[in-house]
Write a protein that binds this ligand. Structure first.
Ligand SMILES: [Zn+2]
Length: 326
């Protein structure tokens, strides 16, 4: 037995993420267990827990992420999800996973649950393929992805390094008036639980939060911004600050994520940061499974009465949120 343990102990350490770009305090890396091929990690040079990230850290994240989005755009990739897990003890980072468009049988072989190739022959609707791809990424968020070979990781590093060095500063696109759900006065009136300066917090009418109290918030700019490419830096920073304030307030783990464009699962064309909290220990296997199930399949919509009750409760509870926690 001791021989076995000794033997296991001598196995070379698994790969670590490798850096491709630095944006002030933020370092962009190629993960060794990616959520999708070509995905990137955005962490801090000096790792910090989520609550300790500063405004400058958020600003740098925004800039680096806009640059990555432009690099993907050139490769005709317009859809991506950005996701992070905030806990009390671990250093926080975001991972941005681009969604490549289907191109033949192998388009998603690495992206998805693998061996779903036969779906092509079953002529399954594109929407099903899209969903499977999304599930693949979420599965890896919750259960960890498989190890990327060092060789592959280095290849990805080289291609990104080059591109990051030439991409110029990004100017957000101007966005038109929106007629979506989050621009609707009625929705804001019914679901807003906190009004910030340029962003607000809505309570989700079908919360996926795990635990007895389903806490699932969405933070979005008051002005219409279709997706991350339209979002202004100060709006992003305030959204991140409010997510930190919520995290400090509820004191439990949360998954934070935002999606850009429908292929990645963005259903409302108005940028929003999801903040669902998890009362159960997400490290437990059952906890992980529950998180996965709820994130993929969503939850039941609350009845109008129950929604009103929750919104009223949180409106009171979160009064002076930023004053209390800053
Ligand atoms: Zn809108």
């Amino acid at each position: 037995m001791s021989f076995m343990l000794n033997f296991l102990g001598n196995i070379p350490r698994a790969n670590a993420p490798i850096p491709v770009h630095q944006e002030g305090t933020v370092v962009v890396k190629v993960p060794h267990r990616p959520l999708a091929e070509d995905s990137l990690i955005f962490g801090l040079v000096n790792g910090k827990k989520f609550v300790d990230w500063t405004d400058a850290d958020h600003q740098n994240t925004y800039t680096a992420l806009q640059k990555a989005a432009r690099i993907w755009e050139e490769k005709k990739i317009e859809d991506f999800i950005v996701i992070g897990k905030a806990t009390k003890d671990e250093n926080f980072h975001w991972e941005a996973a681009p969604y490549t468009k289907p191109s033949g049988c192998f388009w998603n072989l690495n992206q998805v649950l693998s061996r779903y190739c036969y779906l092509r022959f079953l002529k399954v609707l594109p929407i099903a393929r899209r969903k499977i791809k999304q599930i693949g990424v979420l599965r890896r968020v919750v259960f960890q992805g498989s190890l990327l070979s060092r060789k592959k990781q280095n290849e990805i590093q080289r291609s990104y390094q080059q591109k990051f060095s030439i991409v110029s500063d990004y100017q957000p696109r101007s966005s038109e008036e929106g007629e979506d759900y989050f621009c609707s006065e009625a929705v804001i009136k019914a679901q807003s639980v906190f009004e910030g300066n340029k962003v607000r917090i809505l309570y989700n009418y079908a919360p996926v939060g795990v635990g007895k109290k389903k806490r699932h918030f969405m933070i979005m700019p008051k002005e219409h911004r279709t997706n991350f490419l339209d979002l202004k830096q100060d709006e992003y920073v305030e959204a991140a600050q409010l997510a930190q304030a919520l995290f400090k307030h509820f004191q439990m783990p949360a998954y934070l994520f935002h999606k850009t464009n429908p292929e990645s699962g963005q259903t409302v064309p108005h940028w929003h940061l999801h903040v669902p909290f998890y009362e159960t220990k997400v490290e437990e296997w059952v906890g992980k499974l529950t998180v996965f199930k709820n994130t993929v399949w969503g939850s039941k919509r609350l009845s109008p009465g129950a929604l009103d009750q929750e919104v009223l409760k949180y409106r009171q509870e979160l009064q002076g949120l930023t004053k209390k926690t800053s």
